[in-house]
Write a protein that binds this ligand. Structure first.
Ligand code: DOR
Ligand code: ZN
Length: 386
């Protein structure tokens, strides 16, 4: 019978898999934390926000790339109130790094107690990034204020489009910018969001302890071949090579507090995924993979698959490592207290739902659905136990 490995520090909490022989069957864990989510607004938010808790998550760091983007404390606060109508999960809000943000905005943001970070999108690299950053230098006074106020800088780490930049090397080409910002603002807490390459994992390891990275479940499943030809798997940054996926799995199961869960769950209507003129009016395939209802379950499935393939050792998956990646490391970085709530994982033959309806009256019209990642595939079940 398979067991979840234990380290000497958590022998007492060791877990033996249940009758199914599945690695995590019967596992009890603290509620997970998801430090990178897109909840959108309007009908999409109403469909998506209630799914946070289904993924075993009780606290989320919410992205600001609405249309228009969230650039003021008032807007962030109003957005938080709107989300609260659809979920009990705790929401940590962010601002969108934009020329209208000044050091004074940063002071206000800190004072509000609502804003935990400022998200930087390089202009043009992804969904709703048209008003993103062209030149980081113009934001140095803002970064300095963030360092003083101790607000987190969240980096979408891709170099903007250029002749020699492709989706495959854009993340690696961004890493000198990460090093440069860290050098200029050594006390600034920085998250390299959704890292997808071995190079990014190594870069974060080389920086000081205040530079960390989020890792998504889907990047621990996918490689570039899974993305080409399947819009449901298309997101930015795109999944890369098998060696990169392995580096992410190793980082996520390393027990190193620099790497923790941020799903980057990013719902789009099927119509937008098919390149219809939709929410973003772009007429291209919308970037984003939707994982919110299965945040914890997908991580465990990815870890179990890695053990089955022999690329991650089962002993690596002790409770300290699992709890660290799924919530503890991120909570410590963002300085949020655990709620004390717990979840239980079981293997009951559940499958990922085929789709999630968006909207009421028009719900049956074509394209008014979100297709979740790994639709119809087997998935662990999850219940809240306290
Ligand atoms: O794939 C992505 N989708 N990457 C991002 O950075 C943004 C996100 C979205 O908002 O859809
Ligand atoms: Zn994102």
């Amino acid at each position: 019978m398979a067991t979840v490995g234990t380290s000497s520090s958590d022998d007492a909490k060791s877990h033996a898999a249940g009758r199914t022989g599945r690695l995590f069957d019967g596992l009890s864990l603290p509620a997970s934390a998801d430090f990178h989510v897109h909840l959108r607004d309007g009908e999409m938010m109403a469909a998506v926000a209630p799914t946070i808790v289904r993924g075993g998550v009780d606290v989320v760091f919410v992205m600001p790339n609405l249309v228009p983007p969230i650039t003021t404390v008032e807007h962030a606060f109003a957005y938080q109130q709107a989300i609260a109508k659809h979920t009990d999960a705790q929401t940590l809000m962010s601002l969108y790094l934009h020329p209208s943000i000044t050091p004074d905005t940063i002071k206000q943001a800190k004072k509000s107690g609502v804003i935990f970070g400022v998200k930087s999108y390089p202009a043009g690299v992804t969904t709703n990034s048209a008003s993103g950053v062209v030149n980081y230098e113009q934001f140095y006074p803002v970064f300095q204020a963030m360092e003083e106020e101790d607000l987190v800088l969240n980096l979408h780490g891709e170099a903007p489009p250029a002749d020699d930049i492709t989706v495959l090397n854009a993340e690696e080409a961004f890493l000198p910018t990460l090093f440069d910002l860290h050098k200029r603002f050594p006390r600034l807490r920085i998250v390299l969001e959704h890292c997808t390459t071995g190079a990014a994992v190594e870069a974060v390891a080389k920086c000081g302890p205040n530079v960390v990275a989020t890792i998504t479940p889907h990047h621990m499943f996918l490689i570039i071949d899974d993305v080409v030809g399947d819009p449901i798997n298309f997101c930015k940054p795109v999944a890369k090579l098998p060696a990169d996926r392995l580096a992410l799995l190793k980082a996520a199961t390393s027990g190193n507090p620099k790497y923790f869960l941020g799903t980057d769950s990013a719902p789009h209507l099927l119509g937008a995924k098919r390149g219809g003129l939709d929410m973003h009016q772009v007429g291209k395939c919308a970037a984003g993979v939707f994982t919110q209802p299965y945040a914890t379950q997908l991580v465990l499935e990815a870890f179990e698959a890695a053990v089955a393939k022999g690329v991650v050792k089962q002993e690596q998956l002790n409770l300290t490592t699992l709890e660290g990646f799924l919530g503890d490391f991120g909570r410590k970085f963002y300085r949020v207290e655990p709620s004390g709530r717990r979840i239980k994982i079981s293997a009951k033959g559940e499958q990922v739902v085929p789709s999630i309806q968006v909207g009421g009256s028009n719900a049956n019209s074509s394209g008014q659905v979100i297709i979740p990642f790994r639709q119809n595939n087997p998935i662990y079940s999850l219940e809240w136990t306290s």
